[in-house]
Design a protein around this ligand. Sequence first.
Ligand SMILES: *Cc1c(COP(=O)(O)O)cnc(C)c1O
Length: 425
Amino acid sequence: MTTIYPIPTLANRQNALFLEDMPLNELAQKHGTPLYVYSKAALQQAWDAWQYPNADRTIHLCYSVKSNSNIAILQFFAQRGSYFDIVSKGEMARVLAAGAPAAHIVFSGVGKTVAEIEFALEHGIHCFNVESLPELDRIHEVATRMGKRAPISLRINPDVDAQTHPYISTGLKENKFGIDHELAVEAYVYASTLSGLKITGIDYHIGSQLTTLAPFKDAQNRLFGLVKTLIERGIELEHIDLGGGLGVRYQDETPPAPAELIAQSLQGLRDAGFKHTLMYEPGRSMVANAGLLLTRVEYIKPTEYKHFAIVDAAMNDFIRPTLYQAWHGVVNTVTHDAPLVNMDIVGPICESSDWLAKDRALAVKTGDVLAILSAGAYGMTMSSNYNTRPRAAEVLVDGGLDFVICEREVLADLWINERLLSPIV
Ligand SMILES: *Cc1c(COP(=O)(O)O)cnc(C)c1O
């Protein structure tokens, strides 16, 4: 029996689980657990899926750095000409450290500080995605002081229901993101009066893990209507940025392919007679199914009600299950004759919310290494040191080779910035 996994380069061979040509059990032995592992070939497949060679205009993909910000991953995308969507000075510094030009950066986020705006203007980013009127004023002031004109795009909140988990839905008017659709034209007219600003575009980002085209189409129609009004008011834009949010398969979802989304956008642009450059900000769909998390089973704990597999990864390593009630596939990296038992996969942290998967039928023995699938996006970047647990290492697999792209955190580093109240005598 061959199982089709959501990670395209994952397969069972000779009773072992392989990522590309790498047996994952051996990789865990070599580097320790918990261990994030990424497949270079799967990253390439995701990147390729977003290419649309015969478009009638330039399409820039702005990889959303927050989904996975390891500098080796950023370098992978930079080498392929990617643009980057960032939400902090730190993310911008990472993108530069990965060798990408500042001119390929778009800066999103509702809370940009003066220092962040200065940093972005010094380096010369592609544009700010502005989320409020006070932010327009602030960018204008900082740019004027620096003798620059800041390229800006307004992030519009189109008030559409992305039909996804409420925590990752961002395009409803009660969300904190973007400028109200109703106030958008006024905001552009206002921005056009500020000499420190150069209006270059418009954008939205309506949510994450969207598995149908419909919300994208609703949002796009609303946005294109606005662009028409702006043109009538004499405000011309260079680019239209349709955000990120395309979903992936974790369990049995069937999200549209990137090419279907792009085709829908291009059709809408042509119908409207628009010649603008098109941009997207994909994160999850670039990396989620290029990665997994390896974790070793410390104990099997049968109770009267439930079986638990207690593993050495926890909610601090991977918070998506407990934060979003997210379902992730769990596969043993070795196949053997243990009985199939229904169990919860839980971590060692002192909280009942510390679980990675519930009610999975697995054949598992103590000491086995399990793979938590589709963990390439919002995995490592959302990890923490809760319970004073060093963060996991990260490895990239390329064929039969493995490269450490992030060393495992060292325990003593965890309190290196902390200070005692008095010397220890
Ligand atoms: C998080 C985010 C993205 C990426 O979303 P995905 O669902 O990972 O594709 C894109 N744009 C903005 C502004 C974001 O905040």
